[in-house]
Design a protein around this ligand. Structure first.
Ligand SMILES: *Cc1c(COP(=O)(O)O)cnc(C)c1O
Length: 383
């Protein structure tokens, strides 16, 4: 039996390698390596896929979030409500524009923002809500847009893990004021390097994003605002254009794998399988189970020593099964944010999740045999 990694990107490359090599070769021989018609056509195709007017490519998902905040004029003194159970980039972008992240606890089922707790976190300084569609599943965008409209806030969707996911029949990135995507290789639509994109239906915002990502220039060497260098390389756009054609097929394969995991893992004691909540169509960037602590409630000290989940993870590793923990330390307890003054125990649902989550191997090319191997190993570990 072979070892099974949490993610394997070489199988996908083998499948489309010839197409990708030809497209890269075309870019190399063309001599045009930044911008140009290939980037523009990818932007349009990506916007069409999301079902929205404008797509603006940039250098990464982190930059997409940063540029979105800049375009909506969120800055120093402003507060942005977001989830503490996400990759650091979400809060990093908020801090990078000089604003303050305000963390609201999550819903235990979806791992996404608990929308019933958002309103209580709104102050006179709140400018935006930044929901994250974690692990491929949309946050409750109906509730979030209602709150935003009522309280006059903007909504920036962090869609980094959820390209193709839907909420109430609409693709993520087409519901809020701006959608932000990452093409980091491990995302459902991954480049062969860094990449990102921003989506919006607002032409003025789109125009401002295009200026911000290219040194704030309005034309030539005339610079209107303080911008950055955050463009998508032509080579990456050429690769992404090919991969976009396979995205639905790959997302469907992920859904099948998730279904098989559900069937095989649901009966196992001691674990909780992930739920697709009503209204959401998940694209399963991760298949994340919970390993419940035996006996009494999980101790919520996020920085405490090993928990049952860590033991299971080590045992799986010894059986050749890779897994991952997203995320072991919630953002409100990260050293970098200690000045924000959050205490351990303050966001208990998030802190419990940080102790219990375990992401199993998940990628479209994972075989049935390999999945069975994961299931048997897990059964073994849970005794
Ligand atoms: C990956 C990720 C990002 C950042 O994307 P990069 O392209 O790596 O900068 C932001 N938010 C979330 C939730 C992510 O998973």
């Amino acid at each position: 039996m072979n070892n099974i990694p949490p993610l394997n990107l070489t199988r996908q490359y083998e499948m489309i390698g010839e197409e990708v090599s030809a497209a890269v070769q075309d870019v190399l021989t063309s001599g045009g390596y930044i911008g140009g018609p290939i980037v523009e056509s990818f932007e349009q195709q990506f916007a069409n896929y999301v079902g929205i007017e404008h797509g603006i490519a940039c250098n990464s998902g982190t930059d997409a979030l940063y540029l979105a905040l800049r375009a909506l004029q969120v800055g120093a003194g402003d507060e942005v409500i977001t989830t503490p159970f996400t990759f650091i980039a979400t809060a990093e972008a908020i801090a990078a524009v000089g604003a303050t992240p305000v963390f609201v606890d999550i819903d235990p089922q979806s791992f996404n923002l608990d929308v019933t707790q958002i309103e209580a976190a709104i102050t006179t300084r709140t400018k935006a809500i930044m929901p994250v569609h974690l692990f491929g599943q949309a946050a409750d965008m109906t509730a979030i847009m209602e709150i935003a409209q009522k309280r006059n806030l903007v909504v920036i969707e962090d869609c980094a893990q959820a390209v193709g996911a839907e909420w109430s029949g609409k693709k993520v990135g087409s519901i809020g004021h701006i959608g932000c995507f990452s093409f980091y290789p491990s995302k459902n639509l991954g480049a062969c390097g860094d990449g990102g994109a921003i989506t919006t239906k607002d032409s003025a915002i789109a125009a401002s994003l295009r200026i911000l990502r290219d040194h704030g220039r309005s034309s030539g060497y005339y610079h209107e605002v303080m911008g950055v260098n955050s463009r998508l390389d032509t080579i990456q756009a050429a690769i992404l254009r090919i991969k976009l054609r396979y995205l639905d097929q790959w997302n469907n394969a992920r859904r099948k794998i998730a279904e098989r995991y559900h069937q095989r893992l649901e009966p196992l004691p001691g674990i909780v399988i992930p739920q697709e909540v009503a209204g959401s169509h998940s694209v399963w960037n991760q298949y994340t189970i919970r390993i419940k602590e035996k006996g009494q409630q999980t101790n919520t000290k996020a920085s405490s020593g090993t928990c049952l989940r860590d033991e299971v993870r080590n045992q799986l590793q010894q059986l050749g099964i890779g897994s991952a923990v997203y995320y072991p330390l919630p953002l409100h307890l990260q050293p970098v944010y200690k000045d924000l003054g959050y205490q351990s125990g303050q966001l208990p649902i998030t802190e419990q999740a940080a102790h219990e989550v375990l992401s199993l191997p998940m990628f479209p090319e994972l075989t049935v045999e390999e999945q069975e191997q994961v299931v048997y190993a897990l059964k073994d570990c849970l005794g």
